[in-house]
Design a protein. Sequence first.
Length: 470
Amino acid sequence: MTDKIRVRFAPSPTGHLHIGGARTALFNWLYARHNNGTYILRIEDTDTTRSTDEYIEAITEGMKWLGLDWDEGPFRQTDRFDIYRSYADKLVKEGNAYYCYCSPEELEARRKESMAQGRPLKYNGRCRDLKEPVPGVKPVVRFRMPREGRTIVDDLIKGTVSFENEQLDDLIILRSDGTPTYNLTVVVDDVDMKITHIIRGDDHLNNTPKQIQLYNAFGYPLPKFAHLPMILGSDKARLSKRHGATSVMAYYDMGYLPDALVNYLVRLGWSYGDQEVFTQDELVKYFSFENVGKAAAVFNPEKLLWLNSQYIINSSTDKLAELVLPFLEKDGIIETRQHMDMTWLSKAVGTLKERSKTLLELANSLRYYIAEEVEYNEKAKDKFLNEKSRDLLAALKEDLASAPEFSHHGLEQVFKSVVEKHGVKLKDLAQPVRVAMTGGTESPGIFEVLEVLGKEKTIKRLEKAIKVIG
Ligand code: GLU
């Protein structure tokens, strides 16, 4: 029986949850769920100048929307400063860390000098063996890094990565104001929270040897590391706003389904044969690091859009009707959902879901079903609402008004008899009717549209079209 797996997602609340962060959150979540482990949310808010409560709210909102529920937390690092200090004190006491009194000006001057001489930019160790404190100076605390040998990172994705200790700096773990720095807080928290697997972006790989040395100094066993390859834009540069929307909630606003985004995110780096579409249960069941690639993944918005359309097609109309409500409200298509007839809406959605790639598109198409007055596209109106179609529309109106049933079959009969009587083709009638009903020339099948609109609205719209033609 192995120890229980404990993983964490540790965002810094200095921005919204973005695509890269969400993928890290997701891989941690999948690993936890796959192993019946524990998923911890830890907010790394030690950078108090850039961290805000609004961003914490935004990050948890994004995670909830994606369905990434956590078991413990959110813990905030700013609540834990005493813990970090006590760990730092322990390091000093045992000789693994020391006070450094070098002033920022001195350090800067030495840095410039090193740069000019082409030497590595690391601390020169002047205070490493200092016996007495320097009066009147508030020191920082530096970690005493070994100067010889190597640190090996044994990574579940990258394999074995080796670092020369000589290259590692005596890093500052407490600033002169007593606040802790990133590498200390991460290691202390991961130790204290009994994290067994550290799953994060490979932009942190260079921090890992330093963190391993901190584990060694504390005398704690190492967790397992899994560094995920970066996500790039189509031009192979690191994914940024330039490549389109990168915030997770922007995809909510654009009408993406959370399951579609999750499915897309998991495929950024992970694969399972040729399978593209996964249920959540399948993802949890199949996930492992063996199938995470080493190479950077390229973010492809078109593929995400395609996946979203697949999820829309495969969702029930009842579910889509629920999901589209906020978009109808936001776009002012309905005032409030309170009086919405959900059975009717579900039927209307059924005619449109194969044609809508996002909920936003779906909401926009629903506009012509819901609105009292239809708005014509000028071109469509000029082309189809004219002398030629007036008599056809008038005849159809008469026959529909007395039609016994407003079903697909009944409508088909009425249309057939009108076109036969006038010696025209079905499309000669269908296109003008389409413009009269929807304002444009593209819509679901005309009988479906009429069925959804119902008799009263259909007749009203035919009357309006006839009046417009004059
Ligand atoms: N707070 C770090 C970040 O947002 C993550 C640190 C870690 O996962 O170890 O990049």
